[in-house]
Design a protein around this ligand. Structure first.
Ligand SMILES: Nc1ncnc2c1ncn2[C@@H]1O[C@H](COP(=O)(O)OP(=O)(O)O)[C@@H](O)[C@H]1O
Ligand SMILES: [Mg+2]
Length: 697
């Protein structure tokens, strides 16, 4: 068990006793020289030390209480009592050798005997984004008699599934939430496109493609790439990804006795970093994509663009796949007036986009560190390259890509980030299996699942090329449903369901599903309709949109569970239809997203909606549905408690209907004023620039 080096000497001593370590740091001399633990305890002068241990850990029970009344007692007499007490407090000590053995994660190649029974040919397609890596790997996949494509996203699995079937190579689709068989009778095809977590490590294939292999370093999902790399039973394995992963892959393949052939690729289209920031949205051109790292920035930039009389498409991570594709299509369509894209880094992978210029609105991306704290760090070189790489596309009209920032002060940082060499990846992710956790639970029956994971991670041993993936999401779900009576296996599966823990409705749905499950009540179509308050109305503002996105995620959760517990989640195909319908409703909403943003702004200004646009987490199950009446009712209710408007309503001088009318008029007026201001602003800015730089045009 690793020691926390910051603890005080007595605590260190205590831990070493508990964990049975043979040597101890001498707190008196500060010397690192090893002392034999028992002799350290038996030194007569160490009795006060033992008392301090007791006090610092607030252990006042037998046998330590006797220490006070019996100052002359020989510590040797206490040792058996001490150990008994320690084992009660820390039950894992009684079976620590077994636990160490179960959590031994060294030699992962040996976990896949089928793959180890022959030598696989491994080809690494290395290069930047848009260099044709996936294209070339897929050529081998299509030419093979059988194949598996493992992608990082559902959208990419879908893309290969469609490409393959279009090319006359019958291909199935397997993702966590979806199984589509190419054969109408459901006979499995020889080719399958899947998300990497879903690939089979027992089915034989001629060719396997593992896309975006650099994600082997991902703190949470890296294990899935490691598993695919070590476990796929394919004669040929094609890896596509950043050159930063070549070393780690070569090292891992050394342990399996397989050689790696590296094929390097250059970008198909050149890309240049501009010397000028965009500075103003007035300088936007067709084919521009503004990259933001928060939804609120997306909303405000789209609104600013609208004020300038331009149309924009919007893509961010929590939109359903159909909506993302519809927005991408709108942006790519040469006949559509929408020529600007506002997006998060969700565009880094998996969508075909005809982008000429990437403009970073900011270079700071909020992230959650290992301690679960929010950090505001500049994006990594790898992330910056991935996003910038989307500018200029081989098959689009933009043969040359450009990259810049919105603000001049960010440009230097962008250049620094892009010019930094990408660090080679040092380690690949691993995670415990359900079997291992089950064996832990057998030894520690009274321990919660989240604690089992902690103890597992503490006990686990890994080789230098590996790390244990962060299991915070798993532990979050485990804590959420801990009080619900479920078997360990079922509990484990519920906790592996991918959920967005920032979405309260999705979290409470996991809880609700688990509760129904434990009561043995199947979650039927009728139930899920009631639960989500179907039929849902098109969104009227951003809050509604966020709620609808959460409902879409809840339906995803249902579908995910339906493949693991068919009997308890029996209506997958009906729920899928419902989800498609919802995707359509969201698509329409996002099509008019600037109207939704305007409505939210207006409501906020009228003090009707105290939550910021984009604030997440109104539960349809707990709060109002998104129906028109409900919105009006909520407005009236909200009015009853706030501002001048509330006074007027209370005095009967204003009715909710009159207020609605006022809002409409006010909104119209506000838009007109903003447009006029924008025209004014762009005119004066152009004049100013002309004055400063007579050559500017
Ligand atoms: N040799 C080629 N012939 C035709 N299209 C290609 C070729 N190489 C790449 N492409 C197209 O260029 C785009 C980028 O290629 P892709 O393989 O996705 O790049 P990467 O995987 O390196 O990011 C894709 O639309 C792909 O179909
Ligand atoms: Mg690719």
């Amino acid at each position: 068990m690793p020691l926390n080096l910051s603890v005080s000497a007595p605590e260190r001593c205590y831990w070493q006793i508990l964990t049975g370590e043979e040597t101890v740091w001498d707190p008196k001399t500060g010397s690192e020289e090893p002392l034999v633990l028992r002799s350290f305890l038996f030194l007569p002068g160490n009795l006060p030390q033992l008392k301090t241990v007791r006090n610092s850990l607030c252990v006042h029970s037998d046998p330590f209480a006797d220490l006070d009344s019996c100052p002359t007692a020989h510590v040797d007499d206490l040792f058996p009592f001490f150990m008994r007490h320690a084992k009660q407090m820390f039950p894992m000590l009684a079976c620590k050798d077994d636990l160490r053995k179960i959590s031994d994660l060294r030699l992962p190649p040996n976990w896949y005997p089928e793959a180890r029974s022959f030598r696989r040919k491994v080809v690494f397609h290395a290069g930047p984004t848009n260099s044709g890596k996936t294209y070339h790997a897929i050529q081998s996949y299509l030419a093979a008699k059988s194949g598996v494509y493992c992608g990082p996203l559902k959208l990419l699995a879908h893309e290969i599934f469609e490409k393959s079937n279009d090319a006359g190579v019958s291909c199935d689709l397997v993702t966590g939430e979806e199984r589509v068989m190419a054969d109408p009778d459901g006979k499995p095809a020889a080719h399958v496109a899947c998300t990497v977590e879903m690939c089979s490590v027992t089915s034989p294939y001629d060719v396997a493609v593992i896309d975006e292999i650099q994600m082997i370093k991902d703190p949470a999902r890296g294990w899935a790439w490691t598993r695919a790399l070590l476990g796929l039973c394919a004669q040929e394995i094609h890896l596509c990804g950043e050159a930063a992963a070549i070393d780690i892959v070569t090292e891992l393949m050394y342990t399996t006795g397989e050689e790696v052939e590296v094929r390097n690729y250059e970008r198909l289209t050149p890309i240049i970093v501009l010397d000028r920031a965009l500075e103003s949205l007035d300088n936007l051109r067709p084919g521009d994509c503004i990259v933001c790292f928060s939804k609120n920035d997306i909303y405000s930039v789209s609104r600013q663009i609208e004020i300038r009389g331009l149309e924009s498409a919007v893509i961010y991570g929590s939109l359903p796949p159909g909506t993302k594709l519809a927005q991408a299509k709108k942006f790519n369509d040469p006949d559509d007036p929408c020529k600007i894209l506002v997006a998060t880094d969700a565009i880094g992978m998996g969508l075909n986009l005809s982008i000429k210029r990437i403009i970073f609105n900011s270079l700071i991306k909020p992230s959650i560190n290992e301690k679960g704290e929010k950090e505001m760090e500049p994006i990594s070189t790898s992330q910056a390259l991935q996003i910038s790489g989307r500018a200029g596309r081989f098959s689009s009209k933009f043969k040359e890509g450009e990259v810049t920032t919105m603000y001049p002060e960010d440009l230097k940082l962008l250049k620094e980030i892009l010019n930094k060499p990408v660090e080679p990846i040092g380690a690949a992710g691993l995670h415990p299996t359900a079997d291992q956790i089950e064996m832990f639970a057998y030894h520690l029956p009274d321990t919660t699942l989240a604690n089992l994971i902690d103890i597992f991670v503490d006990f686990s041993q890994v080789d230098g090329q590996y790390f244990v993936c962060n299991m915070d999401d798993f532990k979050f779900s485990a804590d959420l449903i801990q009080h619900i009576p479920l078997s360990l296996r079922v509990r484990y599966v519920f906790c592996t369901a991918p959920i967005n823990k920032k979405q309260p409705f999705v979290c409470s749905s996991l809880l609700q599903f688990a509760r129904q499950f434990s009561r043995n009540e199947p979650l039927t179509f009728a139930w899920i309709r009631r639960y989500t308050r179907w039929p849902l109305q098109p969104p009227k503002n951003i809050k509604d949109l966020v709620e609808l996105e959460a409902v879409h995620d809840v339906l995803d959760l249902y579908l995910w569970l339906s493949y693991r517990f068919v009997d308890m989640f029996p209506d997958a195909s009906l729920v899928r239809d419902l989800q498609k319908e919802l995707d359509g409703i969201i698509q329409k909403g996002v099509h008019n997203i600037t109207t939704l943003i305007r409505m939210s702004e207006a409501q906020r200004m009228l003090n009707l909606d105290s939550s910021p646009a984009g604030k997440q987490g109104q539960l349809p199950g707990a709060a109002k549905p998104s129906s028109g009446e409900a919105v009006e009712a909520a407005m009236a209710e909200s009015l009853a408690s706030k501002s001048l408007a509330s006074k007027l309503v209370r005095q009967g001088r204003l009715t909710p209907h009159m207020l609605k009318q006022l809002r409409k008029e006010w909104l119209k007026q506000q838009t007109e004023e903003e447009r006029a201001r924008a025209e004014d602003g762009s005119h004066s800015e152009r004049t100013r620039r002309k004055k400063n730089n007579p050559k500017a045009h």
